[in-house]
Design a protein around this ligand. Structure first.
Ligand SMILES: [Fe+2]
Ligand SMILES: [Fe+2]
Length: 147
């Protein structure tokens, strides 16, 4: 699977979120390398990074959506919840694999899923936030923190 480069289309012109997306894209790009090499310790790292991402990044993005009163917040949050469910299922399948060959197969499937999910989510759902992020500037200072 080819490495996915960061593209201008992915940018929200808001560095705190852009940097988190860029960091995660790096993880997404490491996944097929680890999976195809059968490098399970690197694959474990990929799964751990996914959990960090849902804990930190989703919380951050959802907090911003609330502050800017993003109209499609509920659907976006549901997409986040679905990802958490999906990635947990992939992890489970990977953990439960009885042979190295099955584990590698599960890792490749998880890597493919991550790749497709990341592109789909950032280019459809996350991108919709872009025009609303200017609202952050007009919030009272207490709500206008930058992280
Ligand atoms: Fe995001
Ligand atoms: Fe998102």
């Amino acid at each position: 699977m080819p490495i996915v480069p960061w593209r201008e289309q992915m940018s929200l012109n808001y560095p705190p979120l852009d940097e988190e997306h860029q960091d995660f894209l790096n993880v997404v790009n490491q996944a097929p390398v680890a999976a195809h090499a059968g490098d399970f310790s690197q694959m474990d790292w990929v799964f751990e990074k996914c959990y960090d991402y849902v804990r930190n990044h989703f919380a951050h993005e959802e907090d911003i959506m609330e502050r800017i009163q993003f109209p499609d917040m509920e659907a976006h949050m549901n997409a986040h919840r679905t990802f958490i469910q999906n990635i947990s299922e992939f992890r489970q399948r990977y953990e439960n694999a009885r042979t190295a060959a099955d584990k590698k197969k599960a890792a490749i499937e998880a890597a493919d899923f991550l790749n497709l999910w990341f592109l789909g989510h950032i280019l459809s759902r996350d991108r919709l936030l872009k025009p609303y992020l200017v609202r952050l500037r007009n919030l009272p200072p207490r709500m206008n923190y930058n992280s």
